[in-house]
Structure formats: C-alpha cells, structure tokens
Design a protein around this ligand. Structure first.
Ligand SMILES: *Cc1c(COP(=O)(O)O)cnc(C)c1O
Length: 403
C-alpha cells in the first residue's frame, strides 16, 4: 500500500477539500497516475451510504460486512463514522487486526467454522459468534467462558438475488431446542440473527423475520436460555443498478416499525455490506484492442468477467456501463474481457461511439462483490484499488492497494 497526494481544486458541489473521483476528469487523472484497470473507491460516498442507512435505522448498530469489499479505506471510514464490523473468516479477522481495530467493535458471523477459526478470532479478542446447529454449538464448549453466540434463524427468500437462508440458519421451529442445547452445553446465547438474502426486493422478509425473532427471543428468555438481548437483522439492503431500488428510508420504515415493537432492552444490530460498498466504487477499464465482427465492434477491455465483472456471474449483477468518449456516431458494440475464454463477455447489444485503444469504459455501482471475487485467470491482474477522500478535507489524498 502506498499513499500519494493529488493536487486538486475542491468542487463546489462537495464539502471543501473533497473531490468527486467519479467525474471523467478525475477518472482520467487517476488512470494516468495509477494505470488501468482501476477500482476507484470514494470514501465520501461510503460516508453518505453509512449515514443514510443510520438515518433509516436509528438506534441500530451497523456492522459493515467486509465480504463485498474488504478494503482498509472502507473499513476505516465506517469506523470513523462510529460503525462496527462483521467478520466471517480468519483472513478478515487478520485484516482488521493489522489495522488495530478494537475487537469489541467486531462480530464473527460465519455459521460454520473450523476450530482454528474460532481460536484465531478469540485470540484477537472477538467474542460474539454465530451458530445455527448443534454440531456447531459443540465447538464452543472449550471456549464457553470467552465466547457467546447469536443463533441464526433462516427465513427463505426466493425473491432475493442470493437466498442466504437456503445455505444457513435453523428453521424457526427448531430454534428453542437449539437454544436449550446451548444452555445444556454451557454456551451463552447472546441473541438471534438472520440474513434474508442480498439485494432484497422489498422489506417484507425483514419484517417477518423481526416479528418471528421477537417472539422467539421472548420465549427463550422465559425459559432462561440465556441473556437473549440482541437481535441481528443481517444485511440485504438494496441499491440501484440498472434498475432502481426502493429508497432506503422507505425500505426501512416498516422494519423500523417492527423493531419499535420489541422490548427496549433488545439491542439491534445490522450487517450491511452491499449498501455501504456498492455505490461507493466504480470500475475503470481500458480498451486493449478492437475488431469488427459480424457488423459489430468488439472492444476488448483489460478487465472482465474473471476480474471486477465477476459479480455478473457470482452476484447476478449488471453494472451500468458508459464510455468516457462521448459524441460521434454510435454503432452496435460488444464489450469483452481480456482473457482467451469465450464466456468473458461483459455486455452485448450496446450502442457506443467508435472507441480506440486506450479509451476508458466505466462501470457504476461496482463496489460490492466485484473486485472481492475477481481472479487473476490468464494472469490478467486484478484491478488496482484506489481510494479517495479518506478524510473529510484531505483534498483528494489517495490510497492504493496493490493488485
Ligand atoms: C454477505 C453477508 C452480509 C452482507 O450482506 P449484504 O446483502 O451485502 O448487505 C451480512 N452478513 C452475513 C452473515 C453475510 O454473509
């Protein structure tokens, strides 16, 4: 990692000292300095996303889930806003340990862990874990004095982009037996958690899950199965891609209402990933070469489906694309990735101005589940991550993470 200063006059629309790194001039400047492909992360947009979600869910502690974009600048920005973190692997635990993050601000939420994963997290001071079945609970018996668990409940959500309740979580009707099992093993049940699935189409599943979990928490407390004073409502908060998502205040209003009906002593936390990271970054790729095939221009970019556009496969996302070259006659065009694999095509049926080698193509809303799942197939390097506006007023200081 290295830092550099970029001299830049502040723009009127932004707070003093901030730049808009998503504007064509700034994009070109960053590519000149750091090369291509880039993933440009705007920490000011991270701040805005964090604040918007906090306004929509007042009183809820927001644990940024590292998984969609585990970049130190995003993590640092969330912490500076007063946020918390959601870790799922030893690798993520190490990222935050290297940054010197207070482990009390972190929870570990992978429902299935190796003993070493639990030990590593505990050694770093993380105490709260997630479990969803009896075998997993048994792993905590040696650490019962130091660790406590949130029991993850599943609420199937076939409408979500990824239905995380298929892979993880126990059925609501099995929750009380599981909590009794924890009590018998001497493992503290701190509360419940759920994740209804990412990019939720509407807040219905969250509301249903909050209501069912409220009843389960009350029942578990009546049976004295643990403190049961925390409810983790997971992630899933949707963002705009090519199609608009519901506005976050509107999306959260019914969730807020359901949370307000819970007893005051229940601490509510959430694990937003996509909502924080997604709109906060753009992908920038350059044309490596072009060819005219069957009446269309094929442009071969230096980033593609094996790189930052991997989210099109794994996350089922379609990123809004644009060429920085404007004007001129538009022609039918295809954007392809750099590898020699035939599936490595980003978008077809486009209409673009004539592009040439070195022209830049920008993908918007590319912060979440993009670079994080990129590979270096065919030895095409992952995009260099450049983060800008690390602190309010720092006049466009840039931090890169080496690819
Ligand atoms: C991936 C994940 C998240 C983040 O979900 P988003 O839909 O991106 O907000 C939160 N919690 C857990 C346990 C996850 O696996």
């Amino acid at each position: 990692m290295k830092t550099a200063r970029i001299a830049k006059k502040p723009r009127a629309a932004r707070a003093p000292g901030l730049i808009d790194p998503f504007e064509p001039r700034e994009i070109r400047r960053l590519v000149r300095e750091f090369g291509s492909p880039l993933l440009i992360v705007d920490c000011e947009r991270v701040r805005r996303q964090y604040r918007a979600l906090q306004r929509a869910l007042p009183g809820v502690d927001l644990h940024y889930a590292l998984k969609p974009l585990p970049h130190p600048a995003v993590i640092r920005t969330v912490l500076e806003e007063g946020g918390f973190l959601d870790l799922a692997t030893t690798g993520e635990v190490e990222v935050v340990a290297r940054m010197g993050v207070d482990p009390a601000r972190c929870i570990h939420t992978h429902p299935i862990k190796r003993d070493a994963d639990i030990r590593d997290a505990l050694a770093r001071g993380v105490r709260v874990f997630v479990a969803d079945n009896p075998d997993e609970l048994r792993k905590f018996t040696p650490y019962a004095a130091d660790a406590e668990v949130l029991l993850r409940v599943s609420f199937r959500s076939p409408g979500a982009v990824s239905d995380l309740s298929r892979k993880f979580g126990c059925d609501p009707e099995h929750l009380l037996p599981l909590a009794r099992r924890a009590r018998d093993l001497g493992v503290t049940v701190r509360g419940l958690s759920f994740h209804v699935g990412s990019q939720a189409p509407d807040p219905g599943k969250h509301v249903e899950a909050v209501e069912v979990c409220g009843k389960l928490l009350a029942a578990a407390r009546r049976e004295r199965l643990g403190p049961c004073d925390t409810l983790d409502i997971g992630g899933g908060f949707p963002i705009d891609y090519g199609t608009r998502a519901p506005e976050i205040g509107w999306f959260c209003a019914p969730i807020r209402a359901a949370l307000a009906r819970l007893p005051k002593r229940v601490r509510i936390i959430a694990e937003p990933g996509r909502y924080i990271a997604g709109p906060s970054a753009i992908g920038v790729a350059s044309v490596m070469g072009r060819a005219r095939r069957e009446g269309r221009w094929w442009y071969y970019l230096d980033d593609g489906l094996y790189g930052s556009y991997s989210g099109q496969l794994f996350d089922h996302a379609r990123y809004p694309l644009e060429s920085l070259r404007k004007g001129g006659r538009r022609e039918p065009a295809v954007l392809a990735g750099p590898t020699c694999d035939s599936i490595d095509v980003i978008a077809e049926n486009l209409s673009l101005p004539l592009l040439d080698e070195g022209d830049l193509v920008v993908g918007r809303a590319m912060g979440a589940y993009t670079w994080a799942s990129a590979s270096e197939f065919n030895f095409f390097p992952r995009a260099t991550v450049v983060s800008v506006n690390l602190e309010p007023g720092d006049r466009g200081r840039v931090m890169t993470i080496d690819r």
